[in-house]
Design a protein around this ligand. Structure first.
Ligand code: HEM
Length: 135
């Protein structure tokens, strides 16, 4: 596969492997639907606003740029640093792992190549760790 030869981190290969804007919006919708339902995610769900519409839009737009696609977050909301955006939250290893667990389960629901699912979860663990404010 083209993206595998290039490597997912190259150019917009990851953005394409994630299905572009539509694929990433689907991933984020599934991610937040899981967060609403999973018992282990209730604590991090409660940190979010009651309505998740803007959270969904922000994460999807951020991931588009982060995966090498268009910088949609910046276009609408301006510049962002992920650790600073989470500095006001109580995120320890338990909360970090709950977030990653929602993401892992959301990834399982996507029609992505298995190698890309593994790659993306590993990549997301890096900013997730940098969001940690305690432990
Ligand atoms: C480590 C576990 C994480 C937890 C518990 C968490 C939780 C949250 C919460 C509660 C908000 C809403 C904040 C508010 O409304 O005040 C938020 C916003 C956001 N998160 Fe996370 N997050 C985590 C990791 C990540 C990661 C790894 C990314 C990106 C790869 C990310 C991207 C975002 C973005 C883009 C926003 C919107 C920020 C803004 O515009 O203010 N988060 N997160």
């Amino acid at each position: 596969m083209y993206t595998e030869k290039l490597g997912y981190g190259t150019g917009d290969a990851s953005f394409q492997a994630a299905g572009g804007v539509a694929g990433i919006r689907q991933l984020v919708d599934d991610f937040y639907d899981l967060m609403e339902g999973l018992p282990e995610a209730q604590e991090i769900r409660a940190m979010h606003p009651a309505a998740l519409t803007q959270s969904r839009d922000k994460l999807a737009r951020f991931l588009c740029g982060w995966l090498g696609g268009p910088k949609l977050y910046r276009e609408k909301y301006g510049p962002i640093r992920i650790p600073s955006a989470h500095a006001h939250l109580n995120i320890g290893t338990k909360q970090r792992d709950a977030w990653l667990s929602c993401m892992q389960q959301a990834l399982e629901q996507q029609p992505y190549a298995a190698s890309f699912k593994t790659y993306l979860l590993k990549q997301l663990a890096v900013p997730a760790e940098r969001c940690r404010t305690q432990d």
